[in-house]
Design a protein around this ligand. Sequence first.
Ligand code: SAM
Length: 235
Amino acid sequence: MTPSIRLYVPAPLSEGVKIAAGDGQAHYLGGVMRRGVGDAVLLFNGTDGEWRATIAAIKRDRATFTVEAQTRPQLPEPDLWLAFAPLKRDATDLVVQKATELGAAAILPVITARTNAARVNTERFAAIAAEAAEQCERLSVPRIAEPVAFERLLRDWPPERRLVLAAERAEAGPIRPVTGPVALMIGPEGGFTPQELDLAARHPFVHMVSLGPRILRAETAAIVGLALLQASSGG
Ligand code: SAM
C-alpha cells in the first residue's frame, strides 16, 4: 500500500541513507498520525525525486528514517514565479498555499507604495509552502525570497524572465500563453499607484495584462493569474 504521508526533507535521498526528521515532523508522525517504527512514509527534497522510507526510530520530538527505494523520479517543473504584495495574514497564507499548489517555483514578497502588511514572515511562508507541496504531491517546494521594494525588484530583475503584471483598470489585453521563464506580479489591496505602473511600463520585460472587467481581490487575482500562466506553460 502506498504510504499516505509525504514529507519534505532538505537532505540528499538515496538507498539506505538515514535521515533525521525535521522540526515538528516527529510530533506529526507519532502524536497526530499515530505512526511508529517500521511504518512507511514518502520523502522528497526537490532534487532527488520521491523515495519510500520507513521510520527507523521515533520519540515525541525526534525521528529518523531509513530511505529504501525511489518511487518517482525528479521531473522538470514550470519555471513560473509569483511576485506579490503581501496582504492581511489569512489572504497571504492562502496566496502562498495556492501558488505552491499551482507550481510556482519561487514566491517573491514585494513591498509597494500601498502594501499594508506590517511584517513579512518568510519562515511562515516556507512552512505553508512545504505543507502544501506535501499535500499536492509536488516534488519540490517553492523558493521564498526575502521581501524587496517594488522599485528594487524592477531594477534587479533578470531581463530574460517575462514579468506579467496584472494591472487593474489598465487598458491591457488578457494573459497570453508564454514560453520560457515567466513571473506574475500582483498588487496590494489598494492596487498599484500610477507612478508604479509608469515605472513598470518603462521596462521591456514587463507585460501588463488585464484579468477581466471585474476588480478581483488580490488573492483571487494571484490564483487566476497563476492558473492561466500555468495552463499556458503546460505545467
Ligand atoms: N484597489 C484597486 C482598485 O480599486 O483599483 C484594486 C486592487 S485589486 C484588489 C489587487 C490587485 O489584484 C491589483 O493590484 C491587481 O494586481 C490585481 N487585479 C485585481 N483585479 C484585476 C483585473 N481585473 N485585472 C488585472 N489585475 C487585477
